[in-house]
Ligand binder design. Structure first.
Ligand code: IPE
Ligand code: IPE
Ligand code: MG
Length: 243
């Protein structure tokens, strides 16, 4: 978008993206599904950098759900390899100080992920913790219900040790124990590929998010598509239950 267009709208602070349609993109080209995931990872890089340049403060990318383990082992393996390659690349760039001020944060259950991916992710999180242009949440082994369960377990532990009374538990306590603790809720959630569902994405945080759908398959998603979503968002009237 042009500077003039940007000045005429209010940018969302936090955008969530359900990166869907990689498999169909590959199929339509007679390629293996893994090729679709590779193309999707390239789109992720492009959109992530574009959003940071635009001045978006938080982006959450849904890359692998707690339900995606149901897929054929070959596909899961290919996706994990893409994560490894991306994390290696991001860690190497960080050394060269080429990262665009991106602060990375894993949202998802670390305990269910291969150990080397968790340690590459830890390296990236630690190495970018002082960056302040844009926070990038990578939702890997992420499920909204799992995240709420995780929060409830942490709160239950506080009740058990006596530091919190059941009657004193607030919505803020639940938010503060999610993987996104301290972050604003997503203003807009984008889902490409013609599907109209959340698929377990940010269930708690999406309470008042605006939804934006597109038939474009994620590997074909462009910065212009992101602009379209943002322009539409800026015309919405958010009431939060008020008038
Ligand atoms: C999204 O693309 C990537 C993951 C869920 C890992 P899909 O692989 O779901 O693509 P479609 O929906 O089958 O086209
Ligand atoms: C949602 O896509 C998860 C990710 C994009 C990571 P899915 O393709 O897994 O969702 P469903 O199965 O169509 O609901
Ligand atoms: Mg899908």
């Amino acid at each position: 978008m042009t500077q003039e267009e940007k000045n005429s709208i209010t940018l969302p602070k936090h955008i969530g993206v359900i990166m869907d349609g990689n498999g169909r993109w590959a199929k339509s080209r007679g390629l293996e599904r893994s090729e679709g995931h590779k193309a999707g990872a390239d789109t992720f890089r492009t959109i992530c950098n574009y959003a940071a340049d635009l001045g978006i403060e938080y982006m959450t990318f849904y890359a692998f759900s707690t339900e995606n383990w149901k897929r054929p082992p070959k596909e899961v393996k290919a996706i994990m390899k893409i994560f490894r390659d991306y994390l290696d690349e991001a860690n190497a760039r960080q050394g060269e100080n080429e990262q665009r001020g991106l602060k990375f944060h894993l949202i998802g259950e670390k305990s269910g992920l291969p150990g080397d991916i968790v340690s590459k992710m830890d390296t990236l999180e630690k190495g970018t913790s002082d960056k302040n242009v844009m926070t990038v949440n990578l939702a890997i082994n992420y499920g909204g219900r799992d995240e709420i369960l995780h929060s409830v377990k942490r709160i239950a532990a506080k009740v058990k040790d006596g530091s919190l009374k059941p009657g004193d538990i607030t919505e803020d306590d639940i938010s503060a124990n999610l993987f996104t603790a301290g972050q604003p809720d997503p203003d807009i959630i984008i889902r490409p590929s013609g599907e109209y569902r959340l698929s377990n994405f940010m269930l708690w945080q999406a309470a008042y998010s605006e939804f934006w759908y597109s038939d474009v398959l994620w590997p074909d998603f462009t910065p212009d598509d992101l602009d379209r979503a943002i322009f539409d968002y800026s015309r919405r009237n958010r009431r939060y239950g008020g008038v």
